[in-house]
Design a protein around this ligand. Structure first.
Ligand SMILES: [Fe+2]
Length: 198
């Protein structure tokens, strides 16, 4: 309970700081997609703690951890670098707890792994008609990683975003193996993670 309370406080801080950063040079926030909202809703609607913790802390936050490290590396100014570094430190704790909790639970109840694997398939099916990651997000990541508007820089930025998606997959597979999945299972489950990254 205490750990979850700390996690909720961390997330509230992230919402505040990222909202302030997003509004620093514009008057209103960008839009989230229907697909992104549907993806988050599947987490809120999940009644089983182990499954919710798996989908959120291992698959979702595990993926975001890679994203935050990427943002820290390519952020154009020191404040954004500090924000993303601090948020990544928080997220690393959330992922570590989720992985440790599920690894221990799976040791005493091996059937849990099947249940978790099933939850990934179920969520993938529920979201298969949604559009995935908003192109504006990919464009923004590309520009950020490029650091400039010229053709060569944008091509480099695009390569870095492709590498980011690959690194996210590697990160998820690593965490899945830590929980107790075999490497081939981990690869298959990671491939079914939501296209909007959450
Ligand atoms: Fe988190």
């Amino acid at each position: 309970m205490q750990l979850l309370a700390v996690q909720a406080a961390d997330e509230a801080r992230h919402v505040e700081v990222f909202t302030r950063r997003a509004l620093l040079k514009r008057d209103c926030l960008g839009l989230s997609t229907v697909g992104g909202q549907a993806s988050l809703k599947t987490l809120v609607d999940e009644p089983d703690f182990a499954i919710a913790s798996f989908l959120l802390s291992v698959m979702g936050e595990g993926t975001f951890l890679t994203l935050l490290r990427f943002l820290e590396r390519h952020a154009p100014e020191p404040v954004t670098r500090a924000m993303t570094r601090l948020a990544a430190n928080d997220e690393a704790r959330h992922v570590a707890f989720g992985v440790a909790h599920l690894r221990e639970s799976a040791k005493s109840n091996p059937a849990l792994l099947d249940k978790l694997a099933h939850s990934v398939h179920r969520r993938h099916d529920a979201l298969r008609h949604t559009a995935g990651l908003n192109q504006e997000v990919l464009d923004a990541l590309t520009l950020l990683a490029a650091g400039a508007w010229d053709h060569d820089a944008l091509r480099e930025g695009s390569c870095r975003v492709t590498q980011l998606i690959h690194d996210m997959d590697i990160g998820r597979r690593t965490q899945l193996c830590r929980i107790g999945f075999e490497e081939n299972q981990a690869a298959a489950l990671s491939g079914l993670h939501t296209r909007n990254l959450m």
